[in-house]
Structure formats: structure tokens, C-alpha cells
Design a protein around this ligand. Structure first.
Ligand SMILES: [Zn+2]
Length: 146
């Protein structure tokens, strides 16, 4: 009498692999915080720089009003030029501040810090240096080569 072997088919071993649960585009909260910290620091630096520039402008303005009687024309010209330089500096700092602020807003949306071209994350260091960066270094270099 042949015993019917009660053999279990070993399908379990070949069970379907479940995903690792790691989405490639998921950034950890810690990483987001790192970017936020870097951007906030950058904004504070820029604000300080902006305040300094503004007080220099005020000083140049004061000089112009108080000692202009004693200045020769060339000197006045230099001061006007200096003042214009400072004003354009102040404007560009302000523009950078708003770039950082926009970046911080986008960071909250979760749409910030991804390369528009390849979809990889843009390194924190790059974002801190160029808050408006929308491409990773590799893609940026490819763009520039064209
Ligand atoms: Zn890229």
C-alpha cells in the first residue's frame, strides 16, 4: 500500500517579493530640516548683509548732504558712483533673499530640491549656495555645454 505522501508544495519559499517600501523620491524629514536650516542660515546672512549695505547707503547719503559744499566735483562723482554701486548691491541682495524665501515655501510644499531634469535630489550644499537651483550639478553642466 502506497502511502500518499502528504507533501506540501513549497510555494511559500518562492513567494512574491514585496517592495522595499522605499520610494526613490522620498526625502527624509531630517534631510528636509537640513535644507531648511541651511536656507534659513543663508537668509539671515543675507539680511545682515542687506542691513549693512543699507546703512552704508545712508552714510553715503549723509556725506553727500553734509560735506558736498567742500567736495570737488570729482569727489562728488565718486560718491555718487559708490552710492549707486551700493544700491545695486542692496537690490541684488534683496533679490537673493526673496529667492531663499521662495525656496523655503517650496520646501514646505515638498516640491523643492529635486532636479527638474533627472529627478534626483539636489545636494543641500548646492541649495544653500544657490537657493534658486532647479538642476543638479551634473544636469547644470550638461545645460551649459549646449
Ligand atoms: Zn539632474
Amino acid at each position: 500500500m502506497a502511502k500518499t505522501a502528504d507533501s506540501k508544495t513549497a510555494t511559500e519559499a518562492a513567494g512574491t517579493k514585496t517592495g522595499t517600501g522605499k520610494a526613490p523620491r522620498a526625502r527624509s524629514a531630517a534631510e528636509t530640516e537640513k535644507i531648511r536650516a541651511a536656507l534659513s542660515e543663508r537668509r539671515d546672512e543675507l539680511r545682515l548683509e542687506y542691513d549693512q549695505t543699507m546703512s552704508e547707503i545712508a552714510e553715503l547719503q549723509r556725506d553727500r548732504l553734509t560735506d558736498s559744499a567742500g567736495d570737488d566735483q570729482a569727489d562728488t562723482g565718486t560718491k555718487t558712483f559708490e552710492r549707486e554701486q551700493e544700491i545695486s548691491l542692496a537690490n541684488s541682495i534683496q533679490e537673493r533673499i526673496s529667492q531663499v524665501e521662495r525656496a523655503l515655501e517650496r520646501l514646505d510644499d515638498g516640491t523643492y530640491g529635486w532636479c527638474e531634469r533627472c529627478g534626483n535630489t539636489i545636494p543641500v550644499e548646492r541649495l544653500a549656495a544657490f537657493p534658486s537651483a532647479t538642476l543638479c550639478v551634473t544636469c547644470k553642466q550638461l545645460e551649459e555645454r549646449r
